[in-house]
Design a protein around this ligand. Sequence first.
Ligand code: CA
Length: 235
Amino acid sequence: MPPTTSQTILVVEDEASIASFVSLYLKNAGYAVETAANGAEALQRLGAATPALIILDLMLPDVDGVELCRRVRQRWDVPILMLTARDEDVDKIIGLEVGADDYMTKPFNPRELVARVKSILRRATPERRERESDVLRHGELAVDAGRREVRVGDDEVQLAPKEFDLLWELLDHKGLVLTRDQLLERVWGYTFAGDTRTVDVHVRQLRRKLGDASPIVTVWGVGYKVAPSRDAVNA
Ligand code: CA
């Protein structure tokens, strides 16, 4: 189903063949597409008009994609899907506070790319802010949906967007086991069985950042859950 009004996707990719086939598939799905072959051009285009989403290659001739992602994040609230040639870069992209919403490893299926673009855009719409006054607590941990703020005691913890969403989803279903596929569907919006390693990488990062305050329990062979805490305080 094509979007009703044409949303613009900015494709930042120096390999012309990849840029053109990605553009083709996006246009066929009903999106308007702009391309930039390097970081400077990407920033120039962003200065002129903010797209609905950016597809950003990690390896650009003039600037590291991670650095560009960071710079974009400082100024624009626009979803970013990163492209990478290597699987090892995944931790770098989604683990650090880079702020990419999703990633794909080359070579990728262009149909899957379009599916992910749709799902990111769906999740970026205002309805997700409907519960903006909610604060979920678990022991020392407090997660504020409206401010998208996470605190352990008085200390704020910086989470990447999907780390936040994953933590929220688990806390919101306290006591229930969620499978990796369920989490992929709820947090990333995939309606097909996707790359469940993404979930594990995010859980690992959450545990690293939250330390002892992490409420996430691994349910071996099934998925993850948040155990009801002994000293939970309800908001
Ligand atoms: Ca490249």
